[in-house]
Design a protein around this ligand. Sequence first.
Ligand SMILES: [Zn+2]
Length: 570
Amino acid sequence: MICFLQKLALSVCLVTLTTGIFFGHTMAAPSAQNGKAFENEKKALFDIVIENGRVVDGASNPWFKSDIGIKDGKIARIGSLKNAAARERIDATGLYVSPGFIDIHSHSDAMPFMQNPDTGKLLQGVTTEMVGNCGVSMTPWSPKNLDLLKKYFTPFSYDTPMSWDWPKAKDLMAAAEKTHPVLNFGYLVGHGAIRIAVMGNADREPTAEELEKMKALAVASVRDGAFGMSTGLVYPPGMYSKPEEIIAICKAIAPLGGIYTTHMRSETDEVVSAVQEALEVAEKADIPVQISHHKTAGVANWGKSAQTLKLISEARARGLDVTFDVYPYTSASTALAVLLPPWALEGSDLEVMARLKSPDSRARIKKELEEGLPGWQNTYKASGWDKILIAWTKNNKSYEGKTMAEIAAQKGLDPADALFSVLLEEEGSPFMIVFMMHEDDITAIIQHPAAMIASDGVLSAGKPHPRYYGTFPRVLGKYVRQEKKLTLEEAIHKMTSAPAQRLSIRDRGLIKEGMWADITVFNADTVEDTATYLTPQQAPVGIEYVLVNGHVEVRNGKYTGQRAGMVLRR
Ligand SMILES: [Zn+2]
């Protein structure tokens, strides 16, 4: 049976054909009937037709050849549109046409407020970013602890002047909307932000009253349109919370459809028990869980992805809704200060700095670093000082691009003392890159059916992790074309409809009539990342066109200056 829309499409094609011929002749004026046909044709005018491309629809179907007609920001027609009128035609001969990529794990929270937003994500084909990850979000806040939250958020602020006029999620979303962002933004509420609002940076369990306040803040955020709650259990104050606290808050947001995303308590020696904790939280709170940037880091933990992926597969088999994301690099990146033990990071900056100067505290930190600590604090022990690269510094730029081993040698200091000295000189703020994962684990994690691609990218000056500029093209170049670890259709699925489905975004992530026209057009023969550790700020190649809500924001690999992004609400 031909449905109404198909009939309409068929008649519109014929109409366009006849009117085209008709106006080409001078011998006859339009009859009443043809005048009507012309009106119909005007109605059918597409804003853009992308023609002759190979469509990868995001649902893992084999690519198919089709044109795509876009009108009023949406995908209006899929099929042959050779004769359809359109304001603009994009010739995608030899190219692939896919849904725009959804970066489900991003730290671009400040991006809408930047004077000149960075286009590093857009040029990769990303059209939607989910921010508020790893427990770090810019809302909610309480007046008494706003300064603490601002400090907590500093690594992701990109020095952007911001009003911070958003005590609640709905205020932040409204403020972001007013800026007309380049991309679409969705929000998670950070458990860290909630905890700071209620109990500052305290290293203790919440009282019953405090827990109720945290639950209420999480619920209000999800009601405002946040997609769920994220935790950062290796960072203060997330590291001070027990699973019971997280379970209680997740239980409160689960009935509203919010999800739980987690930067787990360990991605090194304790990674297996950390996965177990994430699964336990999801099971007890009856909430879908997304394990963030999954990895098994540190030489001693290489190969443990076999155990973690088995746990995840078994959990799915018994009905637990668990999925995860991964970035395609063997190095991680975060703040240098996380190498310190939790007790050393408690309280204000001044207190942390005082500990770094105190001989007694220094001796205790050194001893604990040697003994090994859970979480990020185990980085040195697991990987060595020569694998810790300084990515960005505020004051002493000569540290950027050097390892902690090199800096220690340069200073003539023991590496732990060099760490204290760098943290003091830089007021605790440097960013690092640590080479700590094995390629075989990355491959196994990427190939798992429950895996999605995400960047975890953090923009900074200096030498930020190249994942911010290269994640998505790197998967298409390295893992699809060169190494054939994924088919093109699988890879696109992991970048589009899989994250859309995880977030319950029903109108994006697929090439389908009626969906928002977030579309990426790329050359599968050439696409790849060019960002490296020493020269990260480089756009990829092979991403030819990117459309956001039907607007061409990238043409022939270059940003067009359009700002057509929207704020998405759950
Ligand atoms: Zn994280």
